[in-house]
Structures are given as C-alpha cells and as structure tokens.
Design a binder for this molecule. Structure first.
Ligand code: NCD
Ligand code: ZN
Length: 336
C-alpha cells in the first residue's frame, strides 16, 4: 500500500544529453515524470525549428524505448544573432521555452548571452509568440557564492523591459532569489530543485568532498535552503519543480564538470523535504500542478505512488555518479 498517491509529476528542467547515453537518462525520468522540459545545452544546440524537432524526435525515441508513456517538452537555446524568424520557427515547431544561459555560466554555454541587449530582437519575438523565457540566473564573473544574487538586477531589467514576457528563473538557490521572485509580477515564476531543497554546501564540502553534490548554482547555506523550502511548501503557484538533473559520466565529473544526477532520487528527496516541513499535502501542487498551470498545460492523467521505504542510493546509477550516493533515503517512488 502506498503511503501517498499523487498526480503524475512534471519536471520543468532536465538535461537528457544526446547520443547513446540519452536512453538511460530518458528512461529514468520517464519512470517518475509524465512530462519533462528538456534543456537545450547539447552540441549543436537547437536554435531553429528543425533543430527543435530533431532533438525532440531523438528524445521521443529514447522515451518510447523505455516503455513508459512520457511527453518531452522542447526548448531552444537563445543565441545572439539567431534572429526573430528562428525564434518564431522554434515556436512553430512546438518549443514552449527559450533558454537564456549567460555566456560561460555553465556546461556548454560559451555561445550563450553576454548581456540582454545582445538578444533584444529575440526576446521581443519570444514575447510576441508567447514563449517562456527560461533563465539560468548566474553572473559568471562574480564570486561563485554571489553569482545568483549578482544576476538578479539583470533579470529585473528583462522583467521591466519586456512587459508581456513570461519568465522562469531556474533552480533558485538563495533567499535573495526567492525574495526577488515574490517582488516581480505573476508572469515571473521559478523552479526549485530537490537538491537545493534538501542539501547545503556542507553536504558538498563540509566533510570529504562529494562531487555528486557539485552543481551550478552551488548549494548554499541552511538559511537559503530554509527559504527555498518555505517557498516550495507555501502553495504559491510561482514556485514549482524542475530537477536540473544533469548527468555527467565519472570521467567528466572527475575533471570537474558541474551537474548532479538527481532524477533517480528527486521524488524521494521531495517527499522527505515536504514531510519534514509538515506539508506532504502540498507536494502534489508543487510537482504536478503549479508548473503545468504556468506553462498552460493540463495536469497529467497518471499517478505516482510514494512509499515510506528506506533505500540506500547506489554509488553509480545509469553509469553516472548519483546525487546523494550512499545516503539512506526514507521514501521510494514508482508509477501507480
Ligand atoms: C547543468 C549541465 O551539466 O548541463 N549543470 C549544472 O550544474 N546544473 C547545466 C545547468 O543547468 O547549469
Ligand atoms: Zn540545468
């Protein structure tokens, strides 16, 4: 008997990569999520209607092979010079979001945006097409712990400069970002990851270094984590789930790649975080309701079952060093 059954969740921020590795990552996400918004930091990036279609087709094939019914939501990468027609082409191909990576902020972002003026034409086109602007909100030139706060004024400029644009600030990691989102109008929302709700910089580096916890934005302080939990369990439709599951093979991790493979553990971590906050009844809204509403989608038809059942996270899952490897988690999830 499950301890909790919820509507099948959505993941509004996931990295499924490309090539042979994608099959395992897509199957892992499809096991728990009915839809996922697939991030575009692959090489070459989807920056046209054809690019969006091709990449989504490859994801669809990987999901089909998994045997789980799940729907990939497509995004494109916002690249200076791509132009209005390319943006409208991405929208026509079914992309629901365009991703703004500050140039150099994270994995495969050297072709990202140096400053918002460099994509003014493209942002206008996104606004006209009703596309969501998805933002990796970090200033790569600031000190690592200050990058998110330092980028908030840039987001503020975009919010003010494009009064109809709908915006999602991704993977919040600080009190400052939570406060900023609440200060902006309703057309601005945010994703929160399971790892930023569950862990702090001490899990990464407080004891022995555990690079499974190394991601951008970096895990922050207990105070930041508490603010994120408060936002997630508040029931506000402005905060919803995006895993930022970002698998890197062991050699890449050893070479310093940022990204935590969270898809296998995300639902377990979320159930524990919401339970600890006395808000298990708000979990469904956070993972299966608010994001769908923001993106204008129906909620999923299926169900996810959650059980209070301890399990130890393996060191390697799908060939990748897992987030929270070796930890005992208190909840397990499976499709109902
Ligand atoms: C992500 C990746 O590896 O693609 N890494 C990460 O640390 N989160 C990119 C991203 O979302 O920053
Ligand atoms: Zn990401």
């Amino acid at each position: 008997m499950p301890d909790l059954i919820i509507r099948l969740p959505d993941d509004f921020h996931v990295h499924l990569r490309q090539g042979p590795a994608m099959a395992a990552y897509a199957a892992r996400s499809a096991a728990h999520f009915g839809r996922f918004l697939v991030m575009p930091n692959v090489v070459p990036p989807p920056v046209s209607g054809a690019g969006v279609s091709d990449y989504r087709d490859s994801v669809r094939r990987a999901i089909a092979a998994s045997g789980h019914g799940a729907v990939p939501l497509a995004s494109f990468k916002l690249v200076p010079g791509m132009g209005r027609d390319a943006v409208l082409g991405c929208a026509a191909a079914g992309a629901v979001a365009g991703k703004y990576y500050p140039a150099g902020a994270t994995t495969n972002s050297s072709d990202g945006v140096p400053e918002p003026g460099a994509v003014a034409e493209e942002l206008r086109a996104m606004e006209d097409a009703g596309l969501v602007l998805s933002i990796h909100g970090e200033d790569p030139d600031s000190p690592i712990l200050e990058r998110e706060a330092a980028f908030l004024p840039v987001v503020d400029g975009i919010v003010g400069g494009y009064p109809r644009l709908r915006i999602v600030l991704e993977h919040l990691s600080t009190v400052a970002a939570v406060d900023a989102v609440l200060d902006w109008p309703d057309r601005v929302a945010a994703t929160v990851t399971a790892h930023h709700l569950s862990f702090t910089i001490d899990d990464l580096a407080g004891g022995g270094l555990d690079s499974g916890f190394f991601c951008k934005p970096l895990l922050k302080t207990a105070r930041d984590r508490e603010a994120l939990v408060a936002a997630a369990v508040s029931g506000s439709p402005r905060f919803f789930f995006g895993s930022d599951s970002a698998p890197h093979p062991p050699a890449a991790k050893a070479a310093g790649a940022a990204g935590s493979y969270s898809a296998p553990v995300a639902m377990s971590l979320l159930a524990a975080a919401f339970e600890e906050a006395g808000a298990l009844d708000r979990l469904e809204g956070f993972v299966s309701g608010a994001g769908a509403r923001f993106y204008g989608l129906e909620t999923n038809g299926g169900r996810l079952a959650l059980r209070r059942e301890p399990w130890v996270v393996p060191a390697i899952i799908d060939g990748v060093a897992s987030l929270a490897a070796g930890r005992t988690l208190s909840w397990a999830a499976s499709r109902a």
